[in-house]
Design a binder for this molecule. Sequence first.
Ligand SMILES: Nc1ncnc2c1ncn2[C@@H]1O[C@H](COP(=O)(O)OP(=O)(O)OP(=O)(O)O)[C@@H](O)[C@H]1O
Ligand code: SF4
Ligand SMILES: [Mg+2]
Length: 361
Amino acid sequence: MADGQGGEAILQVRGLHKHYPLMQGVVFKKQIGAVRAVDGVDFDLGAGETLGIVGESGCGKSTVAKMLVNLERPTSGSISYKGDDITKLSPKALKAVRRNIQMVFQDPYTSLNPRMTVGDIIGEPYDIHPEVAPKGDRRRRVQELLDVVGLNPEYINRYPHQFSGGQRQRIGIARGLALRPEIIVADEPVSALDVSVQAQVVNLLENLQSEFSLSYVFIAHDLSIVRHISDRVGVMYLGRIVEIGTDEQIYEHPTHPYTQALLSAVPVPDPDAREHRERIILTGDVPSPANIPSGCRFRTRCWKAQERCALEVPELAVPAVFRLTDSPAKHDSACHFAEEKHVVPGEEEGEDGAAGEGGVG
Ligand SMILES: Nc1ncnc2c1ncn2[C@@H]1O[C@H](COP(=O)(O)OP(=O)(O)OP(=O)(O)O)[C@@H](O)[C@H]1O
Ligand code: SF4
Ligand SMILES: [Mg+2]
């Protein structure tokens, strides 16, 4: 099981599924299958922790994010916030909990209403939760928030188009902070920004985390950014987490073939290390989430697949070979044949990054 490291879990996700029905017919619609966008996700988020979630496009990251903030209802499974399953709360109880779990969206260009001033955008959550900021106090609160995210409080009457991409994402973050949440779910918060601006926004998120004791679920494609910000990382493939552990366990001691393949594609700045590293190139496309392979869902692209992989679903747990060891490879990995393979040359390891056996061509 994917436990948070130390401390109480503030969020516990168990058996989370989101299946979208696939319909056929124009007049007489009938369901012919389902898109299994999220298909059994489990994780814990510790208080004050950052959990990174990585995986290829379409693997279900945003769908998980939307369920965490209640923009989508799960097909099944539970999301417990401090012990209460938020998927089962009454609308009134849910409203109180939702205040504590806020989202920052990927695209600062489309997620801010162009016809609203920055002050109205950031202050809008107070319309739903007036108890957080009485009407007379809102302007001051919004100006405080602008200051907290590094924007001039005098910009309060400007419109989104008067800001750069990085500034707009700061506005999105200020809005996410308005209700003083405990958890922020950030779905690709820097992917739409220039590389030069990405680091500034990531640093801002890190500073805000310590200032306001926030817990983050941080979703991204970019494995380097996720490593930088995360305490633990979960790797998703086709609707499930296939490996999860501390950033050191995942990046230095990955045991799942999919994680190893993803990491082998991360750019390495040191030319010497680059020359000695092994690239694992995955063949084939990601299968459709409407037609998930039997057994291990990664088997159609896995260079280690054997007969057992088609028959038995590997559970996300510490693999038997590592169970009695103290190895950093002892972490949850959903593979029948999990083995450690060092694929990313560490800073101190230099060219030692070349891995043992062969990958796929
Ligand atoms: N409303 C919907 N109806 C049907 N299928 C959907 C719906 N929303 C998402 N999907 C499908 O669910 C799968 C997961 O989508 P999701 O947006 O969660 O992926 P993602 O990991 O966030 O991808 P990306 O990295 O591109 O943002 C995709 O195959 C997507 O097409
Ligand atoms: S269970 Fe089999 S197919 Fe799946 S990742 Fe492990 S070796 Fe590959
Ligand atoms: Mg997404």
